[in-house]
Ligand binder design. Structure first.
Ligand SMILES: [Zn+2]
Length: 251
């Protein structure tokens, strides 16, 4: 019997029923108890093909649009910049060291024609991290001033577990990837972390302060929940940095 998806069959000594499950990676598992035959199990699966297809479609909808990958530097690359996808190009130039130019029309890396892709990508990422730092400093200064709060140190990192964190000593850590999100999302995370200075929790008083500074914050929080994971497919981190200061998972 042919199914429109690959199936992993598992004989199970203690299972009481034939069972179909679709795991997080999209694998369809068919559990066959001792008292059932393979043919019976497959017949059962055949009667549930539609159900499996619905589960697989749900998984696909949740997954980022494509698997994460580094730029190919073949002229087809794009990169989101403040919420807008821009073309990412490599312009061959006789420069001693690669340089990056970010404009509304696209992101361009100027580098010699024999530059390795890895160096192009590394140069781009460092430039984006520098940009993220400038943007974050600007936001922190503006918002802290409005809130009457003081921050001390800024760390720009690339952790997958959180977009930002804030320690009691005024150290604010932020992901450089916020630069890829719409500007209001970046601003929301900055406000969120600053509000942790007086409220190191997610209490109603904390959220009250966030709302005071940004009445429509829920929209931007929702954006992160929905699209945040997708931001990690761009320029994927090779190694994940250990979680600094206090975890902030935006439960
Ligand atoms: Zn928080």
């Amino acid at each position: 019997m042919q199914f429109p998806f690959p199936v992993v069959e598992r004989s199970h000594a203690t299972a009481r029923h034939i069972r179909i499950s679709v795991n997080a990676t999209g694998e369809v598992l068919l559990t066959i108890p001792r008292r059932a035959t393979k043919a019976q199990a497959r017949e059962f699966l055949a009667s549930r093909v539609e159900w499996v297809q619905v589960q697989l479609a749900k998984l696909r909808a949740q997954a980022p649009r494509a698997a994460s990958r580094a730029p190919l530097w073949d002229g087809t690359d794009v990169l989101p910049w403040q919420g807008i996808e821009l073309p990412l190009r490599w312009t061959r130039a006789s420069v001693a060291r690669p340089q990056v130019r970010i404009a509304a029309t696209g992101i361009e890396v100027f580098a010699a024609s024999n530059t390795r892709a890895e160096l192009l990508t590394r140069t781009l990422k460092l430039a984006l991290m520098r940009e993220a730092r400038l943007e974050a400093e600007d936001l922190l200064n503006r918002e802290a001033h409005c809130l009457g709060l003081k921050w001390r140190t800024l760390r720009i990192g690339d952790t997958r577990a959180q977009w930002g964190s804030c320690a009691r000593d005024g150290t604010v850590s932020l992901s450089w990837r916020l630069l890829l999100a719409p500007p209001e999302v970046f601003r929301y995370v900055v406000i969120h972390e600053l509000c942790h200075l007086p409220h190191p929790d997610h209490s109603p008083r904390f959220w009250g302060l966030v709302a005071q500074q940004m009445p429509d914050y829920a929209r931007h929080r929702q954006w992160l929940k929905q699209h945040g994971t997708g931001l990690h497919r761009w320029l994927p981190a090779r190694t994940q940095v250990a979680t600094p200061v206090q975890p902030d998972l935006f439960g």
